[in-house]
Design a protein around this ligand. Structure first.
Ligand SMILES: NC(=O)c1ccc[n+]([C@@H]2O[C@H](COP(=O)([O-])OP(=O)(O)OC[C@H]3O[C@@H](n4cnc5c(N)ncnc54)[C@H](O)[C@@H]3O)[C@@H](O)[C@H]2O)c1
Length: 314
């Protein structure tokens, strides 16, 4: 029986992962936490305020809720981290350290997402291998590589069952993204419905890996349910569903909304981050070690995103 604690549960991924885990393991077995109060569906199950840098409070909650698995999602994302590097170090590194310590003391398994941001300008950009050069040039990337290593260390040194994925840009329609470099690939769908036009902050030709939320959630559950003895790359599996540039999103949307148009106003900070990331990942290790296989491509995701946003009050 799983008893789960989720940090950062109100974010883009957490808000949907919490509901999926409650469906799967029972609402009463999933404790959602964040630094802000929950509303709506998320408030209908167990919820507590938790700053992930507060190891004492995290330990109290793990003890009182009898937690055996932690999904640690609290973090500052790439663009926010670049604007606030000192805070990003504290939340992303100290937060992870506190959670790993609690997991070590209380025998919990820990899921931690890394990111395509863990790569840098010297990484081979096409079909980026699972094991390769990681010299990121952003604070987000520095914390993500260090986080991968720290999770490996806790597994090797203390036997903590740490597992993780290098997520690409995640696209969804329920909760807005939290300030990443791939946010344009969410905004474009909202603006296609609202205005039938969009001004993109990355330039044409900027190819990045992306994934639709249902695949991201499936990956998080599948890796935590995988037989641990089959995992060689525990904490940093490359996973991807598509590699696409802004003009490919534009073309996919035009098939549904022919009058849709897009222009560009490049944000130098986010463009520089995107330019330092891979164009496309090789996710064969995830496919081989625990059966990863995405269900959505750009076309099927676009059809669902537009249909869902048409029904949503924007
Ligand atoms: N969304 C993506 O495209 C993407 C891509 C790659 C990796 N990731 C990783 O996935 C994880 C979740 O990302 P997300 O998109 O849901 O992020 P998000 O920004 O949408 O949500 C993060 C949540 O963490 C909370 N938070 C911030 N500081 C906190 C603290 N000190 N203690 C506890 N909670 C705190 C915020 O209130 C927010 O609800 C992160 O580790 C992120 O780096 C996300």
């Amino acid at each position: 029986m799983k008893r789960i604690l989720i940090t950062g549960a109100l974010g883009q991924i957490g808000s949907e992962l919490t509901m999926l885990l409650r469906d799967r393991y029972g609402t009463e077995n999933v404790l959602a936490t964040d630094i802000r109060e929950a509303e709506g569906d998320l408030a209908a199950g167990p919820f507590e305020l938790l700053d992930c840098t507060d190891g004492r409070k995290a330990a109290e909650l793990v003890k009182s809720f009898q937690v055996d698995t932690i999904y640690h999602l609290a973090a500052l994302l790439s663009a926010v981290a670049e604007a606030h590097p000192q805070k990003a170090w504290d939340v992303n590194m100290n937060g992870l350290y506190q959670i790993l310590e609690v997991a070590r003391e209380h025998g919990c398994a820990v899921f931690t997402p890394s990111s395509i941001g863990a790569f840098g300008p010297s990484t081979p950009p096409d079909n980026t291998p699972q094991d390769t050069i990681q010299r990121p040039s952003t604070m987000y990337g520095v914390t993500k590589v260090a986080g991968e290593l720290l999770c490996d260390y806790y597994h090797r040194r203390f036997g903590v069952d740490t597992r993780g994925l290098r997520y690409p840009g995640i696209i969804s329609y329920k909760t807005p993204p939290g300030g990443g470099t791939t946010d344009y690939a969410v905004e474009i769908y909202y603006e296609a419905i609202k205005q039938k036009k969009y001004t993109c902050f990355l330039k044409q030709g900027t190819r990045l890996d992306m994934m639709y939320m249902p695949d991201a959630l499936k990956a998080a559950v599948d890796i935590m349910e995988a037989d641990g003895s089959t995992l060689k790359h525990r904490n940093a599996f490359n996973v991807t569903a598509m590699s696409a540039a802004p003009e490919q999103f534009e073309a996919a949307i035009k098939k549904h909304i022919p009058e849709f148009s897009m222009d560009y106003e490049v944000d130098p900070m986010r463009q520089a981050i995107a330019d330092s990331w891979p164009n496309s990942l090789d996710d064969s290790a995830a496919r081989e070690e625990w059966g990863w296989r995405p269900e959505y491509d750009l076309e099927s995701m676009t059809a669902e995103m537009l249909e869902a946003l048409r029904k949503k009050p924007l």
